[in-house]
Design a binder for this molecule. Structure first.
Ligand SMILES: NC(=O)c1ccc[n+]([C@@H]2O[C@H](COP(=O)([O-])OP(=O)(O)OC[C@H]3O[C@@H](n4cnc5c(N)ncnc54)[C@H](OP(=O)(O)O)[C@@H]3O)[C@@H](O)[C@H]2O)c1
Length: 164
């Protein structure tokens, strides 16, 4: 199974603060929707909360929590990443997207095959981070730069990293 991580990450590796995103980049949201559409998305319970406890439409939503009583509508609740992979396989998918947050990225990056990173060109203060991308293990396969415009307060770069 292909394990892909997808994240928007500042130049100093921040991905969030107070369980919120730190930017609004419509092109990145469109990219995220397009990449993950019709696919399984696996997320930590806090990221699900950051989505206002609403499952993403058009995708198999899988939420990881240690809380055995946790319930969510339109989503499958599991208690480990191994269980998430089992659900994905049982539904006949051959790829899953880890969509955050920091804890989930940290736990899954060593199992991942592909990283879709939107590098947001700012240094911001935050409380949640994407792990360092070790260039001994990962090679940059695609890099597309975008400048600031009326809808995007930060320049950003779409990057695709593949495991070496
Ligand atoms: N920039 C981006 O692309 C992006 C994407 C997603 C999220 N974010 C941001 O990231 C932040 C949230 O990240 P986070 O690191 O705080 O939390 P998180 O990774 O979203 O969720 C952590 C929770 O997941 C559950 N969990 C984690 N590992 C588990 C395991 N092995 N087994 C069972 N349950 C497990 C636990 O839930 P319980 O406590 O319920 O047991 C844990 O508290 C927010 O600021 C959000 O906005 C940013």
């Amino acid at each position: 199974m292909i394990i892909s991580l997808i994240a928007a990450v500042s130049d100093n590796n921040v991905i969030g603060k107070n369980n919120k995103l730190l930017w609004n980049l419509p092109n990145d949201l469109a990219f995220f929707k397009n990449k993950t559409w019709a696919m399984p998305v696996v997320m930590g319970r806090k990221t699900f909360e950051a989505l206002n406890n609403k499952a993403l439409s058009g995708r198999l939503n899988i939420i990881i929590t240690r809380n055995k009583n946790f319930k969510a509508s339109n989503a499958v609740v599991v208690h480990s990443f191994a269980d998430a992979k089992f659900v994905v396989q049982s539904n006949n998918y051959n790829e899953l997207f880890v969509i955050g947050g920091g804890e989930l990225y940290k736990q899954t990056i060593n199992d991942a095959d592909v990283l879709y990173i939107t590098r947001v060109h700012t240094n911001v203060e935050g409380d949640t981070y994407f792990p360092e991308i070790d260039t001994k293990k990962w090679q940059l396969d695609f890099n597309e730069e975008h400048t600031v415009d009326i809808k995007h307060a930060y320049a950003y770069t779409f990057q695709l990293w593949k495991r070496k």
